[in-house]
Design a protein around this ligand. Structure first.
Ligand SMILES: Cc1cc2nc3c(=O)[nH]c(=O)nc-3n(C[C@H](O)[C@H](O)[C@H](O)COP(=O)(O)OP(=O)(O)OC[C@H]3O[C@@H](n4cnc5c(N)ncnc54)[C@H](O)[C@@H]3O)c2cc1C
Length: 421
């Protein structure tokens, strides 16, 4: 996509001075741009239609060290990338991938492993890390995260899928279902939230289990969602699936804490993606507003159209600056994702980024007029974004739930501080 004179098509650090970025970030951004523009974006529309990106691309991305650009080297031997990469490198990789005119294939490549493998890295035993991580990092095995169920979405503590230990203590027998699992169609493993406690044990009765998806009793089928077709959204039925006890991550009862900890990087990434996608919409509409004439003059010559761009650009730039502020804290603070104050901020910025994306998709569709509703014309990128946007406001924790959660957590922290006085 060319910017056609819109300096806000790219994050400010690419044109202005910034304390957060150095030559290594700039080099990675250039390399990622070239790769995605040549190897992914030209084919993204056909992959979205086909409902699946090719696995060969995943392997190329993994070789470069871009699939999960963090974690100790010993678990990702022979991969590209640098040990000096930080949160900003990871942001750049997300942003460059999400410049895609179709986001479904990007999710089909990355999202499952991006949320399914980190629990093994962060909470798994050394034996589990050695067993699962090298192939996961390399894209040789594919992963997904199974938390949501038909009866438990926002309310994670309400999960009903059970894992019952066999009498010899060597296996769990897992029964239940999982819904909207990204990348589940082609995953080899699902990092799965299960109930090992009693039916009334709530959050304290949840555990995390790695389920090999070739096990007898696993059935899966595609869920036809409104956007992100190539993300491979999947419904799983788990019918007496026998899982070795060695696949339990951490201890029984620790699942809820791990699910919540895993949400913070996921939400941060969703916010980064949303802001980038908002830029994509603005970039497309900007070109259109300069070239489309109504009443004898370009759309851009109308103040009300310029005002729309002003509102969108202000929203995008301020949200991006907030993301960079949080990214810096994460970069310089060990285990920052586990801090409640960081979790609250990430939840807020995820909501804000969703708002920005919704605003931009709406206004850009409006600027495109009928073309904004048409799948094959100049407005097709924005038309597709209109179908993709909803998941960014629901997935990883919805607007309503996160907003309240952040305020509750902030009030709780403030009360603790007050009690110390
Ligand atoms: C395309 C797609 C991909 C996904 N990928 C994955 C995945 O890979 N792995 C996974 O585990 N899950 C995944 N999900 C599931 C996603 O995380 C859930 O959809 C989300 O958590 C919301 O749950 P729900 O859909 O059951 O909505 P519900 O919990 O039923 O909520 C419905 C609505 O009610 C609101 N609401 C709920 N409770 C309250 C309350 N107390 N107060 C006020 N409002 C409330 C919510 O905000 C929402 O708007 C995916 C979903 C989609 C659509």
């Amino acid at each position: 996509m060319s910017s056609l004179g819109n300096p806000f098509a790219e994050p400010s650090w690419q044109t202005l001075e910034s304390p957060y970025y150095n030559d290594s970030h700039r080099a990675l951004q250039r390399e990622a741009r070239e790769f995605y523009e040549n190897e992914v974006f030209p084919y993204a529309e056909s992959w979205e239609e086909a409902g699946q990106p090719p696995v060969e691309v995943l392997h190329k991305i993994a070789e470069k060290g871009w699939l999960l650009p963090f974690g100790p080297r010993q678990y990702r031997p022979g991969q590209g990338g640098s040990d000096d990469w930080d949160t900003f490198h990871a942001m750049i990789l997300q942003e460059e991938a999400h410049r895609s005119p179709y986001i479904g294939p990007i999710w089909g490549l990355f999202s499952g492993v991006g949320i399914g493998l980190p629990p093994v890295l962060h909470f798994g035993s050394e034996a589990q890390r050695k067993r699962f991580l090298p192939d996961g990092y390399a894209g040789k095995t594919r992963w997904c995260l199974g938390v949501t169920e038909p009866e438990a979405g926002s309310d994670v503590a309400g999960i009903r899928t059970t894992a019952t230990k066999t009498s010899d203590g060597k296996h769990y027998i897992v029964s239940g279902s999982k819904k909207w699992i990204t990348g589940g169609l082609w995953a080899d493993y699902m990092t799965t939230a299960v109930r090992t406690g009693s039916p009334t044990s709530g959050a304290a009765g949840l555990s995390f289990l790695v389920i090999p998806l070739n096990s007898p009793g696993v059935k899966r089928r595609r869920i036809r969602v409104s956007g992100l077709h190539a993300s491979g959204s999947t419904f799983f039925e788990l019918d007496d699936v026998k899982v070795p006890i060695e696949n339990l991550i951490g201890k029984e009862g620790e699942g809820f804490r791990m699910v919540m900890a895993n949400f913070n990087p996921e939400r941060f990434n969703l916010a980064v993606m949303s802001v980038r996608m908002a830029r994509n919409a603005v970039e497309e509409a900007w070109k259109h507003a300069l070239t489309r004439k109504t009443f004898g003059k370009p759309l851009m010559s109308n103040q009300i159209i310029r005002a729309k761009f002003g509102s969108m650009i202000r929203a995008i730039e301020s949200c991006h600056a907030w993301l960079e502020e949080i990214a810096w804290h994460i970069k310089v603070t060990p285990r920052a994702y586990e801090q409640p104050s960081v979790g609250a901020r990430i939840a807020f910025v995820k909501i804000q980024a969703g708002d920005v994306l919704e605003l931009c998709v709406r206004e850009c569709q409006q600027i495109f007029g009928g073309l904004g509703t048409t799948k094959d014309g100049k407005g097709k990128v924005v038309e597709q974004l209109n179908r993709d946007v909803r998941i960014f406001v629901i997935g990883g924790g919805s607007y309503e739930v996160l907003n309240d959660m952040s305020i509750r957590s902030t009030v709780a922290s403030a009360s603790k501080e007050k009690a110390k006085l």
